[in-house]
Design a protein around this ligand. Structure first.
Ligand SMILES: NC(=O)c1ccc[n+]([C@@H]2O[C@H](COP(=O)([O-])OP(=O)(O)OC[C@H]3O[C@@H](n4cnc5c(N)ncnc54)[C@H](OP(=O)(O)O)[C@@H]3O)[C@@H](O)[C@H]2O)c1
Length: 298
């Protein structure tokens, strides 16, 4: 069997086109332009590239967006003051604190300072709690993108056995919550594996849906995968490649070559989950702008 390749780029373009239509309609009826501010500390090249693409995605939609940059030496109090100002700014519907932060900053405290209504990353404990309760709230973008890929690809989740490898707050836990929720893209039986899990091949080989989010290049071999399974590879890992002009290339957490011989559908790396993350950030920002407009009417 050769797996169907899930084209995350194409699906993300469709999502963004729909977000644009909805945002244009929202702006026409309310006069409100969605606004997203990305706060970044330091010069980490990967983070710098991510924040630029987030701003560009907003500007492509005709939205308000700025990158607020701080030097590596910034203090906790300075970032707190910045977040307070953004919380109070009516042009700003979404605040994203680009992670990771330098070690001297208290990441959790800063994430908790972002107003939950502007928390487009869905990392605030209030929003994490709402996700667990199945209440409407911003949900972390990558898990939301994974669920959307499954829905758009008509991959059934209801009653299916889904295995998530990785239990981070950013991917593993929230994607497990989404798959557990009632409704489209949910109703799965979910198992979450991590570095202490025993006999992972025996668990993974039962998965109708496998989501790998561990950050270990080609960790999951094709022989672990149930024939016909849907494989969503979240990992983004750099491996040396002398043939590439950059000297490296990106691979996922799944061994694509062998897995694609067994799976029914699989996401490539790059071009699978990655593009969905920014598309869902746009969706979350629009949702926050809508919720803010609705709250100001009450
Ligand atoms: N496509 C995207 O847009 C996107 C977005 C976010 C992340 N990513 C990528 O996804 C990957 C995971 O990101 P993350 O933020 O979730 O990473 P993370 O915070 O480092 O978490 C990794 C998780 O994987 C588990 N793990 C690590 N090695 C393992 C092993 N050998 N066996 C079983 N479990 C293992 C860890 O278990 P313990 O908890 O037991 O340590 C942990 O729960 C990374 O490659 C990252 O770059 C991609």
């Amino acid at each position: 069997m050769t797996a169907r390749i899930i084209d995350g780029k194409l699906i993300a373009e469709r999502v963004r086109a729909k977000v644009k239509t909805d945002a244009d309609e929202f702006r026409a009826t309310t006069g409100i332009t969605p606004g997203l501010i990305v706060v970044i500390v330091g010069q980490n090249p990967a983070s710098q590239a991510y924040v630029k693409s987030k701003k560009k995605a907003c500007l492509d939609l005709g939205w308000f967006s700025e990158i607020h940059e701080f030097p590596e030496t910034v203090t906790q109090a300075e970032i707190e003051a910045e977040i307070s100002a953004l919380n109070a700014d009516p042009r700003v519907h979404g605040i994203l604190l680009q992670l990771p932060l330098p070690k001297h900053l208290d990441e959790q405290q800063l994430l908790e300072q972002i107003a939950p209504a502007k928390d487009v990353d869905g990392f605030h404990p209030v929003n994490v709690g709402k996700l667990a309760l199945g209440l409407p709230a911003p949900v972390p973008c990558t898990p939301l993108g994974i669920q959307r890929l499954l829905i758009e690809e008509n991959i059934p989740t209801s009653g299916k056995f889904a295995v998530v490898i990785g239990r981070s707050h950013i991917v593993g836990k929230p994607v497990a919550q989404l798959l557990l929720q009632k409704g489209p893209g949910g109703d799965a039986t979910v198992c979450v594996c991590h570095s202490r899990s025993k006999d992972m091949p025996a668990i993974v080989c039962q998965a109708d849906i496998l989501i790998a989010a561990i950050g270990q290049p080609r960790f999951v071999p094709g022989e672990w995968i149930k024939p016909g399974a849907a494989v969503i590879d979240v990992g983004i890992n750099r491996v040396d490649d002398a043939a590439s002009p950059k000297g490296y290339r990106l691979v996922g957490d799944v061994d694509f070559e062998s897995a694609s011989q067994v799976a029914g559908a699989i996401t490539p790396v790059p071009g699978g989950v990655g593009p969905m993350t920014i598309a869902m950030l746009m969706q979350n920002t629009l949702n926050c702008a809508r919720a803010s407009a609705a709250a100001s009417k009450r």
